[in-house]
Design a protein around this ligand. Sequence first.
Ligand SMILES: Cc1cc2nc3c(=O)[nH]c(=O)nc-3n(C[C@H](O)[C@H](O)[C@H](O)COP(=O)(O)OP(=O)(O)OC[C@H]3O[C@@H](n4cnc5c(N)ncnc54)[C@H](O)[C@@H]3O)c2cc1C
Length: 411
Amino acid sequence: MTAGKIAIVGAGPSGCFLAQSLLKSAPGLEVDLIDRLPVPYGLVRYGVAADHQGTKGVARQFARVFERQGARFFGNVTLGRDITLEALRGAYDAVVLAAGLSQDRPLGIPGADLPGVHGAGTLTRALYDHPDAGGLPGLGPRPLIVGNGNVAIDLLRLLAKQPGELDGSDLGPVATGWLAQSGIEEITIAGRSPAAQAKFDTVMIKELAKLSGVSIRVLGAGSSDDPAEQKKIDAVQALDGIATGPRRVTFRFGLTPVAVVGHSHVEAVRFATDAGEEVVPCTSVLTAIGFGPSGDLPREALLADATDAGAGALAPGLYATGWFRRGPRGTIPDNRADAQALAARILDQLAPDPAKAGRAALAGLAQAVDYTGWTRIDAHEIKAAPEGRCRAKITTREEMLRLARHQETPQ
Ligand SMILES: Cc1cc2nc3c(=O)[nH]c(=O)nc-3n(C[C@H](O)[C@H](O)[C@H](O)COP(=O)(O)OP(=O)(O)OC[C@H]3O[C@@H](n4cnc5c(N)ncnc54)[C@H](O)[C@@H]3O)c2cc1C
């Protein structure tokens, strides 16, 4: 009996966890991971903070999916541009969309389009040398971060760090220079919910206590009868009064943005509060309020017509997992449970058709980068790491493709 051919679109955490689960249960499957980038691992490479290398270590687990379990990587192939969903479904017994959500959710208030308003996804891609990112914008002396999830805290921490605190990271030279010369004097972080319901994890807050050059104020953290909520409040309240240096950091809660104020550039944000309204002056606004689809794939229509959206079943032989299915919530490990449940469902429903072409349908895509190509890029980046950094990321597709195509062999 033929083993079955499965294409997973997106080689981020959810795609890799799914391939891992599928191949663990059914080692004979042909599992192909297709990614628009010449490099795998999605937000592990381009979202997880450069100074959180421990978290990025999950990539070693994902590497084993290719190196030991036999999954194949087809990088530099975009579904919706290089190959259609119909063509992929025609070639594989099952297709899984694990394409994540990469667009910043817009603020959707007057003034949100003013120069000086930047989405966290756009900014982190630029900081972490994503090949499709634009340049790093000037933030001025008083950036204001809107949001109180872990992504907002990541941004706050990076902007607040002294250059020496980034040792051991993979932050590139452009971003390093940009941070060192930012001229930031004060960072305000404003969340809509009270501190008790803030989305950040307590461990992320506790890490801020180690910052070496900041003076932190926490305003309006409140209190709660709920012990779990009070624990969160205590963690953030414990930061109040930390004074290790001149860069001021102010936490605010219960502030709902209603307008970005300014003539030709951001000058302030007007918030609705319990007490009425408040205008907070700033020189830039960084929004960290969630993510949406990029537009390559008709996500909303696919989910609306799904046979069982909650379980990731979109149509016969078509599935979704990870952020693409659930929305922009959950950490890397959260995608594992999702992937395991979906793998069981796919294997239960799989009806292999020997007539399906499988990966032969991708053979004509001359631009595709395989896993060996990625290992060449990876080896080059690690070898080229300057002092104080663990890798020197390649920043352009052109250079990635040049390296992937043999111009340098791994040691
Ligand atoms: C800024 C930021 C920081 C984070 N930090 C942490 C952290 O420290 N710890 C933690 O546990 N979690 C963190 N997370 C959450 C974590 O990154 C997500 O849970 C996880 O990445 C979701 O995995 P995914 O595979 O669904 O999506 P992604 O990681 O986004 O992967 C999707 C992949 O699909 C590819 N793709 C997209 N469209 C196409 C297409 N049309 N064709 C082909 N390929 C396509 C993309 O290139 C990408 O590689 C962070 C998230 C963000 C945004």
